[in-house]
Design a binder for this molecule. Structure first.
Ligand code: AMP
Ligand code: MG
Length: 420
């Protein structure tokens, strides 16, 4: 099998993925979820013309000559309903959010007036009709769709949902994800430190990446490089919607993951992607038979190198998970940055360089976080983003405009932002 380009591999994965089923959640638990239904306004908002300022409700025609002295006929607080009609030469004291009384066609803020007495106010400026009035239905009209299905629930969206009294809502389910690490050399968090072993960091870094997407994964632990033990772990992992396996997918004689998972019925779609870091990356699909609630499970064989594992998650696993959760935007947001130094590159593979971004005269400046070996996880931990070096590049030069994928956990865009 030849090596797929990064974008071809991403497209290949998404061909197999649909949104998950729908479930009902309480408004309080809805942050980050994706709406699976249109939401309608249940009334006009505001329900009547209201004042946008603390001041006086006036008839604009009375202010042809200023200063003008008007009689105060009423005091209208937010929550009150006015009882009097404002006539010629009259005004009403009014607070922000209070209904504008009949007869008045504008509001003058208190800063443009002078109180003369309890019953008279001097107005020091002219206004056009409608000044500082928030019109009935300006925010939303009864019955209109205020949020369409597919909308991601942000704090602002929660505010809208509360405005229309949507206490419960339909959202797409989140996938159940399991993480398995493999390797005889690995030592887990709860084991004593053995200087000859390698601490299992991948399970936890992947856990963090999943949590950043709003998914609470299950950690299956560490399987040794033994086909029988591996088969047991993998079988358990295939009960989930998505199984992430770190390590053991390479071509070494003890890399048993691929043959073992294939023997369990997973159809391998690809296992070679022309990228650095990241090789090898395997993707497979298990078609479940019978009346299982969910008809397939997805398998990713991620590279064991800590940086490669994280980069592959960002490029391939996150878009799949976001598609399952109903998001329209699947990919990390890309920005253009000036390169702070030369970057060497031989044509062949797309390279992801860990960079930090600094603001220089209003532009991003991208500079390497340090050693780019796929085993140096500190340079990943320090990165603000991944600089994308196109496969065909012969290297990049200092000062060049380059594409950087932001690693900020909350920023996504609707296309990958670079092409191969
Ligand atoms: P593999 O893909 O199994 O050949 O592993 C490649 C490299 O990644 C080896 O140096 C492993 O020790 C290391 N590695 C594999 N799994 C993990 C893990 N869970 N945490 C940290 N390093 C790992
Ligand atoms: Mg291994």
């Amino acid at each position: 099998m030849e090596h797929l380009s990064v974008t071809n591999a991403q497209q290949c994965i998404l061909e197999f993925v649909d949104r998950l089923d729908v479930e009902t959640v309480m408004l309080e638990q809805s942050l980050g979820r994706v709406l699976a239904e249109d939401v309608h306004a249940n009334r006009d908002q505001p329900p009547y013309d209201v004042s946008a300022m603390d001041g006086y409700a006036v008839r604009s025609a009375d202010l042809a000559q200023i200063p003008a002295t008007l009689e105060i006929i009423e005091d209208i607080k937010a929550g009150d309903m006015p009882v009097r009609v404002v006539g010629a030469g009259q005004c009403a004291r009014i607070m922000t959010g209070a209904p504008v009384p009949q007869g008045a066609d504008a509001v003058i803020r208190v800063e443009d007036t002078q109180a003369i007495s309890e019953s008279n106010a001097q107005i020091n400026r002219t206004v056009k009709p409608g000044n500082d009035i928030r019109r009935l239905g300006e925010n939303m009209r009864n019955g209109e769709v205020v949020l369409a299905a597919g909308t991601e629930i942000t704090p602002g969206v929660i505010g809208i949902l509360a405005t229309v009294k949507c206490a419960q809502l339909q959202v797409y389910c989140r996938p159940r994800v399991a993480i398995l690490s493999t390797g005889n050399e690995l030592e887990d968090m709860d084991e004593p430190v053995d200087p000859n072993k390698i601490p299992n960091s991948n399970s936890y870094a992947l856990m963090g990446q999943l949590q950043a997407l709003g998914i609470a994964p299950v950690l299956l632990g560490i399987a040794r490089d033994d086909p029988a033990e591996l088969a047991e772990y993998l079988q358990r992992g295939l009960d989930y919607d998505v199984l992430l396996v770190s390590g053991g997918s390479s071509v070494g004689v003890h890399d048993y993951v691929r043959p073992t998972i294939e023997a369990l019925g997973v159809q391998m779609k690809f296992w070679r992607v022309a990228m650095k870091p990241g090789h090898p990356l395997a993707f497979g699909v298990l078609q479940r038979s019978g009346d299982r609630e969910r008809k397939e499970a997805f398998f990713f064989g991620l590279p064991g190198n800590p940086v490669s594992s994280m980069v592959c998650f960002e490029e391939f696993v996150a878009p799949l998970l976001r598609r399952m959760m109903g998001h329209a935007r699947l990919y990390r947001r890309t920005v253009q940055a000036r390169l702070g130094h030369d970057v060497k590159h031989q044509p062949g593979r797309t390279e992801f360089v860990r960079v930090m971004l600094n603001n220089e005269q209003g532009n991003y400046l991208a500079s390497s976080t340090g050693t780019q070996s796929s085993g140096v996880s500190l340079s990943m931990a320090r990165a603000d983003g991944l600089l994308v070096v196109p496969a065909e590049s012969n290297g990049m030069t200092k000062g060049e405009l380059v594409t950087v994928q932001l690693l900020d956990g909350t920023v996504f865009q609707d296309n990958v932002g670079f092409g191969e």
